[in-house]
Design a protein around this ligand. Structure first.
Ligand code: PGA
Length: 250
């Protein structure tokens, strides 16, 4: 199965010119044949220009709003994104949960809206350091609870399982230069697959790992076939890392 590499640019870069340049770097790093699915999630303001600059890569958004349109100041709806040829929506990133106070209830609405509209969802989940320090059982309980709340009622969406992607991103590993160990990440990924398939009677849900992935350490994760790909932040802004990540992920 094709791996997914999703580049989350967060609030970078600053100009449209720089965004187009970065998008072309990604595009040029993708081989003509047999490449992974590469997704670029730029800030909203660059969606249109980045969309025009790419062919092999797919366009992703860093968030969606669940309403079609209306009086929702500052929000960008799934419908507006679809019109810009967005194919993937990242939902529930820990930075939105922690910095902007996004709740599981809001995230659930976003997941449902995205799935109903035919967008592919990359739902981010993961524990903080305090939970991690309490041990594996505590992490599993937390992850299970996030999945139950964030995926509530998805069985009513005529779910196409390939449209649901989970990204396991332990918060303490994000932007820290200290990724999870591949072994621990895979244990959690297997746990996520078990919870989702048990509850929603689906086969295996594609599950990515995210948190300080770079062009070098990605090789250690790739030894595990259970890992369906990667959500990459910091390294997705560096041309050399972009090339190594894409070339190492087959
Ligand atoms: P990072 O970010 O690769 O910089 O750790 C990952 C993410 O936030 O999705």
């Amino acid at each position: 199965m094709k791996k997914i590499i999703a580049f989350n640019w967060k609030s970078n870069p600053v100009t449209v010119k720089a965004a187009i340049k970065l998008a072309k770097t990604v595009e040029n790093a993708i081989p003509q044949k047999k490449y992974s699915e590469v997704v670029i999630a730029p800030p909203f303001v660059f969606l249109e220009d980045v969309g025009k600059a790419i062919k092999k890569a797919k366009l992703g958004s860093q968030d969606i709003f669940w309403k079609n349109n209306g009086p929702y100041t500052g929000e960008i709806s799934w419908h507006q994104e679809k019109n810009l040829k967005v194919k993937y929506a990242i939902v529930g990133h820990s930075e939105r949960r922690q910095i902007l106070g996004e709740t599981d209830g809001m995230i659930n609405k976003k997941v449902l809206a995205a799935l109903k509209s035919g967008l592919k969802v990359i739902l981010c989940i993961g524990e903080n350091l305090t939970i991690r320090k309490r041990g594996k059982k505590a992490v599993e309980n937390f992850i299970k609870s996030q999945l139950q709340k964030d995926l509530k009622n998805i069985e009513n969406c005529k779910l196409k399982i390939e449209n649901l992607i989970i990204a396991y991103e332990p918060i303490w590993a994000i932007g820290s230069k200290h990724p999870d160990t591949p072994k621990d990440a895979v244990e959690m990924i297997n746990f996520i697959k078990k919870v989702v398939s048990g509850k929603y009677k689906v086969e295996s849900v594609k599950t990515l790992y995210g948190g300080s992935v770079n062009g070098k350490n990605i090789k250690n994760f790739l030894k595990y076939k259970e890992i369906g790909g990667f959500l990459v932040g910091g390294a997705s802004l560096k041309p050399k890392e972009i090339k190594n990540i894409i070339q190492n992920t087959k």
